[in-house]
Design a protein around this ligand. Structure first.
Ligand SMILES: Nc1ncnc2c1ncn2[C@@H]1O[C@H](COP(=O)(O)OP(=O)(O)OP(=O)(O)O)[C@@H](O)[C@H]1O
Ligand SMILES: [Mg+2]
Length: 586
């Protein structure tokens, strides 16, 4: 029993912490909201008291009615005062609306900003393991911040209106107020199990929604495979099943939420009825005292209901937001390392006894040591899955060695300033990704400092100029969503142009010629040849012809460096390389 109580308490404090984290940056707005709610509540409470007394005075045909203590006021004055209070309440309510919508807007902007910044600053290894579409899903959950904040604002407003009502009620009839407070407290306790269930339902609803979104986002990248493998119907069934599961979970959450108000009002009115029964049985209380107290009680119950509803909404809307907050915390914890040392000129890059294991624990590189000299062109060859791409990602500083060290001119790569480093290195990925935009957008890739001349030069170097010339608008031609209008080889050359446009000092290419015909490959080879002596180039290639231009060759087999040297050296020392040569030359 104690442990469930403790669990509930720690859950409640967790909710509080999460909501606080959300609104903390906007505490002044929250304070103003609370103040406006209190003023609105007080003016309403005083108005209700005045109205009740006014009614009593009118029915008894009295010319004046009593205020607090001995003070009294004429009927006309009382009506004017009541009207003034109504006006004050309207102004306070308008302020509440303005402040709470402003708060929701501000929180949404902050949350979205935090999410994307945290994701972008997280390490590559984390980003790579995130399911596709998870950022979109999270961002849509961030929209839920608005609903959480609205529920939070509503509970602040209801809570403070209730409080001000009770303060006014205490000044009239402390005993009756105590009864009201006790009734409200009791009602709150009775509603707790329902709120807990709402929260549980909403958590499973969120989970179902996440799975659905991730599957859908996978689908959007699988169109071609889906058609050719004839598995469309199966995928449709899968989507249907997931969608059904999500809809059912969402329905259960809304149903629970919908029950909050009827359950509450039934309990509350039941309580009122019980109280009246007690009054009737004991004959206690004068009608003049019961009138205003009853009015305040009913109004308090209404605010109590609002409080319950907004607390219920908070329970329902928190789980998606929790996902966002947890993701932000996870991204922050996996922040890509950044150093202070600015490397002006990239000279030699050295790997010393480098081993690497992926987070799943499998070691894919073991004890690799070599030194790359400034300006040389180095080829990497090895069987599929031997660790070549992983090695290049380590050299780029995208991953950190599990043991051993990679240095640039003697400086550990972790200590190198990332911004300066990325401005000086370039990378052509094994599966290059293009963005929705023009040829120029794709070559420039958000680096606004790259001028038009550099674009043309890079396109020439990557042997892309003829293709661009054939396009309707040249560099301004739109390439469709994520560059779908290009052929595989064009895409590869475009990403080479992208890499060269920033005039890098070190260039890493992962299978840059795999999709090229013999002619284009020969041109890229000549580009690599031209870079010799100027740019430190590391190229992974299966094509022996691409490797011909290399000064030296690294052979990686099963995560180990089995040979290193000039092509002639390696041909003599590596069976793998000799075999590859034999295959290539028939
Ligand atoms: N993100 C990852 N998480 C876990 N294991 C991975 C990950 N990426 C690659 N691996 C594993 O690491 C090993 C080396 O992969 P890597 O991509 O470096 O090979 P590769 O030599 O580039 O192969 P290929 O020539 O086919 O491109 C493989 O066994 C692969 O399964
Ligand atoms: Mg690879």
């Amino acid at each position: 029993m104690t442990s469930t109580g403790e669990a509930a308490r720690s859950r409640r404090s967790d909710h509080r912490r999460r909501v606080q984290a959300l609104v903390r940056p906007h505490r002044w707005r929250v304070a103003a909201l609370a103040a406006a709610s209190y003023v609105g509540g007080t003016s309403e409470a005083v108005f209700l008291l005045l109205a009740a007394r006014l009614a009593l005075a009118v029915t008894r045909d009295e010319p004046r009615l009593g205020l607090w203590g001995a003070a009294s006021i004429g009927i006309g004055g009382a009506i004017a005062l009541a009207a003034g209070l109504l006006l004050l309440r309207l102004v306070a309510n308008a302020a509440v609306v303005t402040l709470s919508t402003g708060l929701a807007q501000a929180v949404l902007t902050t949350t979205r900003g935090r999410l994307s910044a945290a994701y972008l600053n997280a390490s590559w290894s984390l980003q790579q393991n995130e399911p596709s579409g998870s950022l979109q899903t999270l961002s849509s959950y961030a929209d839920g911040a608005v609903r959480v904040v609205n529920a939070f604002s509503a509970s602040i407003t209801a809570g403070l209106s209730l409080l001000s009502l009770l303060v006014v009620a205490t000044s009239v009839d402390p005993l009756a107020t105590l009864v009201i407070v006790t009734t409200l407290g009791l009602l709150g306790r009775l509603m707790t199990p329902l709120r807990t269930r709402i929260r549980r339902r909403s958590t499973s609803d969120t989970r179902a929604n996440t799975t659905f979104n991730e599957t859908l986002s996978e689908l959007s990248t699988l169109g071609l495979e889906m058609q050719t493998f004839g598995v469309r119907d199966r995928f449709v069934r899968r989507i249907d099943a997931l969608s059904g599961r999500h809809a059912a979970a969402a329905r259960r959450t809304s149903a629970m939420q919908g029950m909050l108000t009827p359950v509450y009002t039934t309990l509350a009115y039941g309580g009122v009825l019980g109280g009246l029964a007690v009054f009737a049985a004991t004959g206690a209380g004068k009608i003049s005292a019961i009138g205003p107290v009853m009015l305040l009680l009913l109004r308090s119950l209404a605010y109590g209901q609002q409080l319950q509803t907004s607390a219920g909404s908070l329970m329902a809307f928190l789980p998606p937001l929790e996902r966002v907050q947890d993701a932000i915390a996870r991204y922050d914890a996996a922040r890509a390392s950044d150093g202070d040392t600015v490397v002006e000129r990239i000279g030699a890059i050295e790997a010393r006894e480098v081993s690497y294991a992926y987070p799943d624990g499998r070691t894919v590189l073991a004890d690799v040591s070599f030194r790359l000299r400034a300006g040389e062109v180095v080829g990497i060859i090895g069987p599929s899955g031997s660790g070549k791409s992983t090695l290049v990602q380590l050299l780029l500083g995208l991953r950190e060695p599990s043991t051993g060290e990679i240095t640039v001119d003697g400086i550990a790569l972790q200590d190198v300033n990332r911004g300066a480093w990325s401005a000086r290195v370039a990378f052509v990925a094994q599966e290059p990704r293009l963005i929705t935009g023009t040829v120029a957008d794709n070559i420039r890739f958000f680096r606004d400092d790259i001028g038009d001349e550099a674009l043309v030069r890079a396109a020439n170097l990557a042997n892309l100029q003829a293709d661009i010339a054939r396009m309707p608008d040249g560099f301004a031609s739109f390439l469709g969503e994520r560059g779908t209008n290009l052929s595989g080889g064009q895409r590869q050359r475009l990403s080479i142009a992208r890499a060269l446009a920033g005039s890098p000092q070190a260039l890493f290419l992962d299978e840059p010629t795999s999709a090229l015909d013999a002619h284009s490959e020969a041109l890229i080879r000549s580009t690599l040849h031209d870079l010799r002596g100027k740019v430190l180039t590391v190229v992974i290639a299966h094509r022996m012809s691409t490797l011909e231009v290399c000064d030296r060759i690294l052979v990686v087999e099963s995560g180990r460096l089995t040979a290193i040297g000039t092509p002639a050296d390696v041909a003599a020392s590596s069976a793998f390389y000799r075999h590859a040569l034999d295959v290539a030359h028939g």
